[in-house]
Design a protein around this ligand. Structure first.
Ligand SMILES: [Zn+2]
Length: 542
């Protein structure tokens, strides 16, 4: 499946250009400059306009209207899902079960012949006027013969009776390991499937999206991300077909979103058997497409109340969340990856999940040091302990964090726990502990603008709450900007080529309407991107 690197693919722009304006380089030697000389897709020099004009008298001048920053990198984004959702029904913003049912009804009237319909449905119970999720009983009257699959952030799903029937799920089906089939008083499934192993019982029956559709979704997701100033992405949890779509786009030169593609670990099969299937994939890479660490799910989510925590979930006595990957499986995976020089990117939300994962990684580290392999924990926002932060720092484990997710789910979780919860997403403490933080959005479930993410990390504002949530955990403007530039580049093994505007690095840059260092903090939430440039070429102009 691995293709040959083609030098002609990234044909260079020969023209010499001096970009001038207010340029934040993130180069510690000269963080703010007036001008930058770009040639053949790379930065040749930075400095004053006069100096660079003397250096390159023939260069074309390009005056930036906004502030110039290094091309932004989203270290956790589902580009393909973003594209797919822009091509299918999405009802994540619905305010009631009634509205959900009506929107599906209208859409199915327009699309009457579908056997299956996948719907983006990332709402939370508390968003809905009825205070509960819909079930198959709500969906059946409007869905006819179409099997409905409402996707909730790839973790949970809500399906109708037609879908349950096609998947062969009924009262006799037992819960899969790490998942739960919600049941009514009669023992029959309600259609609500908790966590991926349960959702997969139905999802695996849906005909796979074909290669052409995946390629179209990639193109659509990519251009949307460019419009937000994103030039680089790490996409976790890809299937072999999805990796192939990326590789095809890379091979024909249409992939302008530099991507670290992270294969999804199938924890239902033996770790050695699984790792044998990705042996070649993980050795592929250049600055356009690199196959990165393997993504593995360890627990559930905070917003849906399934994260693995060190106390009972409020209102659910005896339930401390769902561990979707057994500890011994995880240990073997971590050991085998470290032996090969690979890394794992681990979905961990709750404090207990973070603790167990770091326990395992510490064990792995004793036989195969992992410090330089760039293992990461993703999310880890539900009250991680100081001890966990110190251990992550010691092991070189990176925190992949998504402030826009906090904005979306923070108020609901805070309300649920009340005083029983220590700080959520304590970025100040993570940073002080010495853990490197890579910023991302986890879009399309959450707002995807990096500038919005920076605003949240600094302001700690959350949706549906007047006061900031954990203002003591706010980070500085400089730290927030690093999360989507140089530190995200490190996460993507690309800090030598990207993440700052320094001589020799790739000419990936964006022009934004608000200065994320000394501009108005509130304005950052709605700041716009004026231009996005990859390797000296404009990929988005407002
Ligand atoms: Zn995600």
């Amino acid at each position: 499946m691995v293709g040959q690197l083609s030098p002609s693919r990234a044909a260079a722009v020969d023209e010499r250009v001096i970009v001038h304006g207010r340029i934040r380089t993130l180069d510690p030697a000269r963080p703010l400059v007036e001008a930058m000389l770009v040639e053949a897709g790379r930065i040749r020099a930075t400095g004053t306009l006069a100096d660079l004009a003397a250096l390159a008298p023939d260069a074309r001048h390009d005056a930036a209207r906004g502030v110039v920053l290094p091309g932004l990198i989203d270290s956790h984004v589902h580009t393909l899902v973003t594209g797919l959702e822009r091509r299918r029904l999405t009802i994540s913003d619905a305010g009631s079960v009634a509205e959900i049912v009506e929107r599906i009804r209208v859409w199915l009237v327009e699309n009457p012949t579908l056997e299956w319909a996948v719907v983006g449905a990332h709402f939370h119970e508390e968003d809905l006027a009825e205070g509960r999720l819909p079930t198959r009983h709500d969906l059946d009257p409007v869905s006819g013969r179409t099997a409905l699959y409402l996707d909730r952030r790839t973790h949970d799903a809500i399906v109708n009776s037609a879908a349950l029937r096609l998947a062969g799920l009924d009262r006799r089906t037992s819960d899969p390991a790490g998942g739960r089939i919600e049941r009514g008083p009669d023992g029959e499934p309600t259609g609500v499937l908790i966590e991926r192993p349960a959702a997969d019982l139905v999802f695996s029956c849906i005909p796979a999206v074909d290669g052409a559709e995946l390629r179209a979704a990639l193109a659509e997701g990519q251009s949307y991300l460019h419009s937000l100033g994103v030039v680089g992405a790490a996409e976790p949890g890809l299937s072999p077909a999805e990796l192939t779509a990326y590789q095809d786009a890379w091979a024909d030169g249409s992939l302008t979103l530099r991507t670290m593609a992270m294969p999804l670990v199938d924890t239902s099969i033996d770790p050695d058997d699984f790792l044998a299937t990705v042996a070649t994939a993980t050795r592929f890479g250049d600055e356009r497409l690199r196959f990165g660490p393997l993504k593995v799910y360890f627990d559930g989510t905070g917003g849906f109340g399934t994260a693995l925590i060190g106390q009972d979930w409020p209102g659910v006595p005896g339930y401390r969340g769902t561990q979707v990957c057994p500890t011994d499986t995880f240990q073997v995976l971590a050991d085998r990856c470290a032996e090969r020089g690979w890394a794992l990117a681990v979905h961990t939300v709750g404090d207990e999940a973070v603790r167990i994962v770091l326990d395992c990684l510490e064990r792995t580290d004793r036989s195969h040091p992992i410090r330089d392999l760039r293992f990461s924990i993703m999310h880890a926002y539900l009250a991680p302990s100081a001890e966990s932060m110190a251990r992550a720092a010691r092991l070189g484990v990176i925190l992949s964090t998504q402030p826009a997710m906090q904005w979306r789910v923070g108020a609901g979780i805070a309300e649920r726990f009340g005083d029983r919860l220590a700080a959520m997403a304590p970025l100040r403490a993570w940073s002080d502990a010495g853990v490197r933080m890579a910023g991302g959005s986890d879009g399309p479930d959450f707002p995807m603008s990096p500038l919005f993410g920076m605003w949240q990390a600094r302001s700690r504002r959350v949706r549906g709450r007047d006061s900031p949530l954990g203002p003591d955990s706010a980070i500085t403007p400089e730290e927030a900007l690093r999360m989507w530039t140089i530190d995200a580049a490190y996460y993507c093994f690309a800090e030598g080529e990207r993440g700052s505007l320094e001589p020799g690095k790739l000419a990936d840059w964006v022009e934004v309407s608000v200065d994320p260092i000394d501009g108005d903090e509130e304005a950052l939430a709605d700041a716009v991107v004026l231009r996005t440039v990859v390797e000296g070429r404009e990929v988005y102009v407002r």
